[in-house]
Design a binder for this molecule. Sequence first.
Ligand code: 9UX
Length: 71
Amino acid sequence: QEVTLTLPIGGMTCAGCAATVEKVLRRLPSVDAQVNFAAERAAVAYDPAQVSPQEMIAAVETAGYDVPPET
Ligand code: 9UX
């Protein structure tokens, strides 16, 4: 089944970066993602049987962005 979460995304400089982050997240199995550049957040829907939030964070970091801790 699908669950949703939002992840804070750091390091995005322009809207193109948001498109890049969407692409790297959507490459993961079952993941759909919408990244809001202005809000610096990603809204993610996924199947927890197929992918974990840690894998999403790793993918974002490999792409050169980061997932800062919530404050
Ligand atoms: Mo915009 Mo992001 O030209 O790497 S896509 S800064």
